[in-house]
Design a protein around this ligand. Structure first.
Ligand code: NAD
Ligand code: TYD
Length: 344
């Protein structure tokens, strides 16, 4: 099998590449990534030594680059992780989200149509369903929940999903979609909640919690997401959407306090700052379809996963220190400099 992994220099894509290289030693894996601020070749250093791995730098929205790559490689499976992925950045600059997440998806699928593939898999998100109320813990997102987006990020991901389903219906392209809840684990870029809080707590810096910290996210250890995608691309039914999540709901404040406790740092580092505009209240996935139809089961509970993640950040401080010492410091100043401190 020749597998194209787009966005493989980012958080989940890189974890997926390592997962696949280990599980399928006979597969060829080609990573295509633009190396935006979120892409990091250091992350793929170990994979570079594997003769079954190839890295190509490029833009999924560049038709010529993509078509040339498909002409050369004759892929069997395409897994599209490439995206602009941060909600806060989408509030600052929506345009790039449409270009990469929507137009890029179209270019990839056009190449799949022209050159032929066995499966195109779109890595989507539970954020396409919008949010659930905090006072209804009985409600969960199913694959039938209406698309109801809140941020330019989630709107771009939902648009791409609709386009993917249209290519299935109209052109019979063999597609699948996974909609996963929030991931955490190794190689997570420190602009997202968990790695941001770990890296700042380790430096004894204030931890910016939006609003009252009562928003709920449903956390999944990244390897469990990789195993779900593995099952879907090999056994999933064409044209189907699969929700992926492990019932690990936590408020943001619970997550931050757990991190502080594990690191032996004081709660006084917590600073409540101005809320994110349009901030989704609660995400919660009903994963019964993928469990029932494909036998998927998450292996890692949150308490264990957060400990493994913290350990990884402690053992790999060079990886994230290199990031926060670079362009990132001006990003932090721009995004958080104007946020009013409410308490803390
Ligand atoms: P990430 O931001 O860490 O990585 C994205 C990667 O895509 C980077 O390596 C970047 O360089 C690359 N990229 C960006 N624009 C590109 C372009 N035009 N052409 C080629 N490469 C480009 O993101 P992530 O957290 O690993 O998310 C991966 C995918 O999973 C995204 O599609 C995201 O929507 C989805 N997802 C993420 C989560 C989560 O919790 N992080 C949850 C569910 C779904
Ligand atoms: P994030 O990691 O950006 O993921 P998403 O918005 O896609 O769920 O944020 C997770 C939650 O943490 C979300 O409710 C926003 C909140 N948050 C903070 O409170 N402070 C922060 O500095 C960040 C980045 C996020």
């Amino acid at each position: 099998m020749n597998v194209l992994v787009t966005g493989g220099a980012g958080f989940i894509g890189s974890n997926f590449i390592y997962y696949m290289l280990e599980k399928y030693p006979k597969y060829r894996i080609v990573c295509f990534d633009l190396l935006t601020y979120a892409g990091n070749l250091e992350t793929l250093e170990e994979a570079m030594d594997n003769p079954n791995f190839r890295f190509v730098k490029g833009d999924i929205a560049n038709r010529e680059e993509i078509f040339n790559l498909f002409e050369e490689e004759k892929f069997d499976i395409v897994v599209n992780f490439a995206a602009e992925s941060h909600v806060d950045r989408s509030i600052e600059n929506p345009g790039i989200f449409l270009r990469t997440n929507v137009f890029g998806t179209q270019v990839l699928m056009d190449a799949c149509r022209k050159y032929g593939i066995k499966r195109y898999h779109q890595v989507s998100t539970d954020e396409v369903y919008g949010d659930l109320p905090l006072d209804r813990p009985d409600l969960f997102f199913t694959e039938e929940s209406p698309i109801h987006t809140s941020s330019p990020y989630s709107a771009s991901k939902a648009s791409a999903d609709l386009l993917v389903l249209s290519y299935y219906r109209t052109f019979k392209l063999p597609v699948t979609i996974s909609r996963c809840s929030n991931n955490y684990g190794p190689y997570h870029f420190p602009e997202k909640l968990i790695p941001l809080m770990i890296s700042r707590a380790l430096n004894d810096q204030p931890l910016p919690v939006y609003g009252k910290g009562e928003n709920v996210r449903d956390w999944l250890y990244v390897e469990d997401h990789c195993s779900a995608i593995d099952l879907i691309i090999h056994k999933g039914t064409e044209g189907e959407v699969y929700n992926v999540g492990g019932h690990n709901e936590r408020t943001n404040l619970e997550v931050v306090k757990t991190i502080l406790k594990e690191l032996g740092k004081p709660d006084s580092l917590i600073t409540f700052v101005t809320d994110r505009p349009g901030h989704d209240l609660r995400y919660a996935i009903d994963p019964s379809k993928i469990q029932r139809e494909l036998g998927w089961k998450p292996q890692v509970k949150f308490d264990e996963g957060i400990r493994m993640t913290i350990k990884w950040y402690l053992q790999n401080s060079k990886w994230w220190q290199n990031i926060i010492n670079g362009e990132y410091s001006s990003y932090y100043e721009k995004m958080y400099g104007n946020r009013q401190v409410i308490a803390g």
